[in-house]
Design a protein around this ligand. Structure first.
Ligand code: ARG
Length: 513
C-alpha cells in the first residue's frame, strides 16, 4: 500500500487481511469522469479493441425456405454484436450468407417452368408464398421420376451457367429477398447479402491451395480434410464431384481474410452447427489462414445459440405450421403493446403516429430483449405475457424507466445542455455514489460482452443500472432539492448510458410513456 503512487483516482487505501489492499475510488474523480462523458459524448466511453475490421455473418436464411425463429435469433444476436463492434470503432461487414445455391434449385426451377411456361407470367403474386411453392415442387420431385430426372438436369444446367436457368434462379432469389427484407426493415437491421453463390467461383482455387499444402485426402471417392480429434472428416468435394456447405464456407473464409482483409470473422448460428464451424476453423488453422492461438488475430468465432421453446417445452411451433412465421410474431408483439397503450388512454393523448411508433419500439424491443437477455447458449421458453410484462427484467420495464428519467428532467424545467457546461456533479450520498460507480463500469462491460460475444452481459448491466437508479431516486430528492443541478446531471448520465445500451441491443428508446 505504501508503494502505491499517489493518484487522483484514489481517495484512500487500506490493508484488508493478508494479500489484499482495498482501494476506494475518489468521488471527485468519478464525478469528473461522468461529467466529462456528458460533455464529450458517450462515444468517448467506447472500448478500445485491437481489431480494425470484422465480418459478422448472421441471419443467413435459405432461399425459398421458411425464415424461422432460429434465423430471428441469429438476426437479433448478430445485429447486437455488430452494433457493439461498430460502437468500438471496428469496421463491420454485416454479411447475410443466404442459402441461395444447392440442389433444391433444380426442382424449384423445373417446377417454375412447368407452372409458368411463359416466363413473364412468373411474378411474385402469381408464385405466391415461396414456401408453398417449395413444398409443391418437392412433392413433384418425390412422386414423379421424370420430373426428378429433369430437376437433376436443371441443377447441372444452372451450374453450367445456361441463361434461361440462371434467370429462373435469379427470379426465385429475388422473391425471397423481398420477403426477408420486410423482416429486416421492421427490425431495423442492416445486412449486406453475399450468398453462398457468390463464393462459387472461388471454391476450385481454394481447394487447389489446400491440396497443394497436402491437407486434402481421398476418402471413399470424396475429397476430405481430416481434423485432429474428430472421427469424421470434413468433406469438401462430394463423391459426385459437387461442392457442399463446407466447400462454400472455406471459400468464404478465404475471401473474407484475403480479399476483404477482415481480422475477426464471427458466425452466428444455432449450436447445431458448432461441429461444422469447429472443423472449418481447424482446417483453416492447419492451412495457416487463422492464428493457431485464439487470443491473436486473425481469428474466427462461432456464436452458437439454443432453441426457442413453446410453452409445451418443445420447439416453438404453431397449430397451423411447423414453424412460427416471424412476421406474425412481430405483429403480435406490436399489437399487444398498442392495446396496452390504448388501455392507458394514450390514443387520446398522442398522435396516431406517436402511438404507432411507441407500440413498435416497445413490441419489437420486447421481442429482442427477451431473446438477448438469456445467455445465448441456453434454450428459452417463448411467452408473450412474460416478454411484454411491464415489471421485472423486460424491455417494457426498462423503456418505461428511461422515459420516466426523461420526464424528471423535462419537468424540472431546466436546460440540461446548459447544466452540463455550467453545473457540477457531486457524488455525496451513498446511492449517488453506487449509481456513479455503475455508470463508470459501462466501458469494461461492453468490452467483456464483446470478448465473450455475449449480449446478455449488456442486458444484465442495463437492468442493474435501472435498479441503481431506482434506489437513488427513492432516496435522493431531485427536483426542488439543494442538490438539484448535480442530481439532474446524474439523471441525464443514466439516461445517456441507458440509451446507448438500448442502441447496442438494437432497441429504439422511447422518451415518454
Ligand atoms: N443458411 C444457413 C442456415 O440457415 C446459415 C448460414 C450460416 N453462415 C455460414 N457461413 N455458414 O442454417
Amino acid at each position: 500500500m505504501k508503494n502505491l503512487p499517489p493518484s487522483e483516482m484514489i481517495e484512500s487505501c487500506s490493508v484488508a487481511g493478508p494479500g489484499f489492499v482495498n482501494v476506494v475510488l475518489s468521488k471527485n474523480w468519478m464525478a469528473k469522469n461522468i461529467q466529462k462523458m456528458l460533455v464529450d459524448g458517450i462515444e468517448t466511453w467506447a472500448p478500445k479493441l485491437r481489431v480494425k475490421k470484422a465480418v459478422v455473418d448472421f441471419s443467413s436464411p435459405n432461399i425459398a425456405k421458411e425464415m424461422h425463429v432460429g434465423h430471428l435469433r441469429s438476426t437479433i444476436i448478430g445485429d447486437s454484436l455488430a452494433r457493439m463492434l461498430e460502437f468500438s470503432n471496428v469496421e463491420v461487414l454485416r454479411r447475410n450468407h443466404v442459402g441461395d445455391w444447392g440442389t433444391q434449385f433444380g426442382m424449384l426451377i423445373e417446377y417454375l417452368f412447368e407452372k409458368f411456361p411463359n416466363s413473364e407470367d412468373a411474378n411474385e403474386t402469381a408464385i405466391g408464398e415461396l414456401q408453398e411453392f417449395y413444398r409443391r415442387s418437392k412433392n413433384r420431385f418425390d412422386s414423379d421420376p421424370a420430373f426428378k430426372e429433369r430437376a437433376q438436369q436443371a441443377v447441372v444446367r444452372l451450374q453450367s451457367g445456361e441463361p434461361k436457368y440462371h434467370e429462373a434462379w435469379a427470379q426465385i432469389c429475388e422473391i425471397s429477398r423481398k420477403e426477408f427484407d420486410k423482416v429486416y426493415k421492421r427490425l431495423r437491421v442492416d445486412l449486406e447479402e453475399k450468398g453462398e453463390s457468390f463464393y462459387n467461383p472461388y471454391i476450385p482455387g481454394v481447394i487447389d491451395e489446400l491440396s497443394k499444402q497436402g491437407l486434402v485426402e481421398d476418402s471413399q471417392g470424396a475429397r476430405v480434410i481430416f481434423i485432429e480429434g474428430v472421427n469424421i472428416p470434413l468433406i469438401i468435394v462430394k463423391s459426385d464431384g459437387g461442392f457442399n456447405y463446407a466447400s462454400t464456407d472455406l471459400a468464404a473464409l478465404w475471401y473474407r481474410l484475403n480479399e476483404e482483409k477482415a481480422e475477426w470473422i464471427i458466425y452466428v448460428t444455432d449450436v447445431g452447427q458448432q461441429l461444422h464451424f469447429d472443423m472449418v476453423f481447424s482446417a483453416a488453422k492447419r492451412a495457416g489462414w487463422l492464428s493457431a492461438d485464439d487470443s491473436t488475430y486473425p481469428k474466427a468465432s462461432h456464436v452458437g445459440f439454443g432453441l426457442v421453446l413453446g410453452e409445451d417445452g418443445k420447439r416453438l411451433r404453431t397449430r397451423f405450421s411447423e414453424v412460427v412465421r416471424l412476421v406474425d410474431l412481430l405483429d403480435e408483439a406490436k399489437n399487444r403493446s398498442k392495446a396496452v397503450l390504448i388501455e392507458r388512454g394514450k390514443d387520446k393523448e398522442w398522435t396516431e403516429e406517436e402511438l404507432e411508433q411507441t407500440a413498435e419500439a416497445v413490441g419489437y424491443g420486447a421481442a429482442k430483449y427477451f431473446d438477448l437477455k438469456n445467455n445465448r447458449l441456453t434454450n428459452y421458453t417463448f411467452s408473450f405475457d412474460q416478454m411484454l410484462n411491464d415489471k421485472g427484467n423486460t424491455a417494457v420495464y426498462l423503456l418505461y424507466a428511461h422515459a420516466r428519467i426523461c420526464s424528471i428532467i423535462r419537468k424540472s424545467g431546466k436546460d440540461i445542455e446548459e447544466l452540463k457546461k455550467t453545473g457540477s456533479l457531486v457524488l455525496d450520498h451513498a446511492d449517488e455514489r453506487a449509481l456513479g460507480l455503475h455508470l463508470l463500469h459501462f466501458s469494461e462491460v461492453i468490452e467483456e460482452a464483446l470478448t465473450n460475444l455475449l449480449p446478455n452481459v449488456v442486458c444484465e448491466y442495463l437492468y442493474n443500472l435501472s435498479e441503481y437508479f431506482t434506489r437513488f431516486y427513492s432516496n435522493c430528492q431531485v427536483v426542488g432539492s439543494a442538490e438539484e443541478t448535480s442530481r439532474l446531471l446524474l439523471c441525464e448520465a443514466t439516461a445517456t448510458v441507458m440509451r446507448k445500451c438500448f442502441h447496442l441491443l438494437g432497441i429504439v428508446p422511447v422518451y415518454k410513456i
